[in-house]
Design a protein around this ligand. Structure first.
Ligand code: SAM
Length: 290
């Protein structure tokens, strides 16, 4: 089949089906085959592996995935695109298209119905930017057996996900995502690679599932609560953020001085800001919440 990911072909398909792209659904279609090749090179496909794509659009990335994966499942919310995808992939046996909002998709059923006979599963997507974080957190927090997630997202979010302590990009999203995965940048993507070009810069990153968090976390629920609390007001010190939420954290009986002592006993400076704290320190503090 002719490649879909060129400007000419993308426009021809949109014209043929009389489609106007919807900004509200983040519809910026990939039309640079070199970027897709780079993206695919980052996915460690082995024979028999499956691919889950979120938001296939008119199938630019889907086409590359169908060459590499045993089975491709693509979840697209926009019902206008379903007949296009069905036509374009009618002779391709390993692509299944589901017309659904991914945020409402039951991932357990998806696995049972579509991936029962594949090896590992790789999530690969050019995500709709308006819901990058909820999509990512849905997958990370689920039991869905993904191995890697390779996504094209807004560069600013990619920088936050791959950030290290000390910078302004480092935040609760960084710490939460790094709990589940090792995160590596793959490449930056110019706006000219899309039809129509988005107003923001883009980047591809790869997340590889960790078998265990980087340091042991006894109670993930407490860990995430602490991380959210510590970053709740970025300009406030750790002490002030913790003090405001001391009831939720189970520190309700402690006065300010006792909270200072408690933070110090974790090896942390109470006047520090959360953005300077490495993962290990959040884990240590969480383990001391009782
Ligand atoms: N994968 C295609 C490409 O690279 O050309 C299209 C990518 S475009 C950035 C995002 C796609 O996600 C659009 O097709 C849009 O309709 C779809 N989408 C938006 N919200 C969605 C949702 N909640 N669930 C599933 N798909 C969604």
């Amino acid at each position: 089949m002719e490649r879909i990911a060129t400007v000419q072909r993308t426009k021809a398909i949109l014209n043929a089906y009389g489609l106007q792209l919807k900004k509200s659904l983040g519809q910026h279609f990939m039309s640079d085959p070199r970027i897709l090749q780079k993206m695919l090179e980052a996915v460690p496909f082995q024979p028999g592996d499956g691919a889950l794509e979120i938001g296939p659009g008119i199938g630019a990335l889907t086409q590359y995935l169908s060459d590499r994966a045993e089975q491709v499942v693509a979840v697209e919310i926009d019902q206008r695109l379903i007949p296009v995808l069905r036509d374009l992939f009618k002779d391709v046996q390993n692509v299944s298209v589901i017309n659904e909002d991914f945020l409402a998709t039951d991932l357990t059923q998806l696995k049972e119905n579509h991936f029962s006979s594949v090896g590992r599963i790789h999530v690969v997507a050019n995500l709709p930017y308006y819901i990058t974080t909820p999509i990512l957190m849905k997958i990370l927090e689920s039991d869905f057996p993904w191995q890697t997630i390779t996504i094209m997202i807004q560069k600013e979010v990619a920088d936050r996900l791959a950030a290290t302590p000390g910078g302004k990009e480092y935040g609760s999203l960084t710490v939460s995502a790094q709990f589940y995965a090792e995160i590596e940048p793959v490449c930056y993507v110019p706006g000219s690679a899309f039809v129509p070009p988005p107003n923001v810069e883009s980047a591809v990153i790869r997340l590889t599932k960790r078998e265990h968090p980087p340091v042991p976390v006894e109670d993930p629920r407490k860990f995430f609560l602490l991380v959210r609390t510590a970053f709740a007001h970025r300009r406030k010190t750790l002490l002030n953020n913790i003090q405001v939420a001391k009831q939720q954290l189970g520190l309700g009986t402690l006065d300010r001085d006792a909270i200072v002592q408690w933070i110090e006993s974790c090896g942390v400076n109470p006047s520090a800001r959360a953005e300077t704290l490495a993962f290990e320190l959040f884990a240590k503090m969480a383990s001391k919440l009782s």
